[in-house]
Design a binder for this molecule. Structure first.
Ligand SMILES: C[S@@+](CC[C@H](N)C(=O)[O-])C[C@H]1O[C@@H](n2cnc3c(N)ncnc32)[C@H](O)[C@@H]1O
Length: 184
């Protein structure tokens, strides 16, 4: 309950960057991770960890030797994530700067990006910059998973990825579309 209140407070303070009133449901987290096939990943990057609903599911599914980098711009969320997932790299920054962290740590190819970022409500230039980095660092066989409450997010992702599959999850507030994007 405390985390839901924190999330709602953040929504009131910075709605455009949060994009939702409440954290994702575990059903959405499970459906997003199912499409990601995390069991063989070596490096997973989560964008916009929030209170960690998706992170929880990612951590449950990745193998022991897999690195998890969580990118979160809000300091309070990032502190919470560090506390909850102390084996992972939590980086407090904007996702449009994540290439610096990846380069500094020698992370060349990302097997899976899982995103909770509200791409359609962020400034267009920011969303485009993030997608360009994702496209550059995603392994050839890798997968980019994002969810959105809007069906037109499809057209945005399709500009960067030739393959975009869509799934609809009812058990979330509000119901959401999961986009699974690949380079080929
Ligand atoms: C809709 S919330 C998703 C939170 C969580 N993944 C979930 O599903 O409940 C979006 C999250 O993205 C973060 N965020 C927004 N813009 C960002 C950016 N440019 N870089 C990194 N994080 C960002 C927000 O602070 C927030 O935690």
């Amino acid at each position: 309950m405390k985390e839901k209140l924190l999330f709602f407070k953040k929504f009131l303070q910075q709605g455009r960057h949060i994009g939702a009133w409440v954290p994702s449901s575990r059903y959405l987290a499970q459906a997003a991770c199912k499409s990601a096939h995390l069991e063989e990943a070596k490096l997973v990057v989560e964008l916009g960890g929030g209170t960690g609903v998706l992170t929880q599911e990612i951590v449950r599914q990745i193998p022991q030797n897999c690195d998890l980098v969580i990118v979160e711009r809000d300091k309070e969320f990032a502190q919470l994530l560090k506390h909850k997932f102390d084996g992972s790299h939590v980086w407090i920054t904007e996702a449009q700067n994540m290439h610096r962290y990846l380069d500094e740590h020698g992370f060349k190819e990302v097997d899976c990006f899982v995103s909770g970022l509200p791409f359609l409500s962020l400034p267009k230039k920011v969303s485009e910059a993030i997608l360009e980095i994702v496209e550059n660092y995603l392994a050839p066989e890798g997968v980019f998973i994002a969810y959105s409450y809007f069906p037109n997010a499809y057209y945005f992702f399709k500009r960067f990825f030739p393959e975009v599959k869509v799934e609809f999850v009812m058990r979330n507030f509000p119901p959401a579309f999961i986009y699974t994007c690949k380079k080929k």
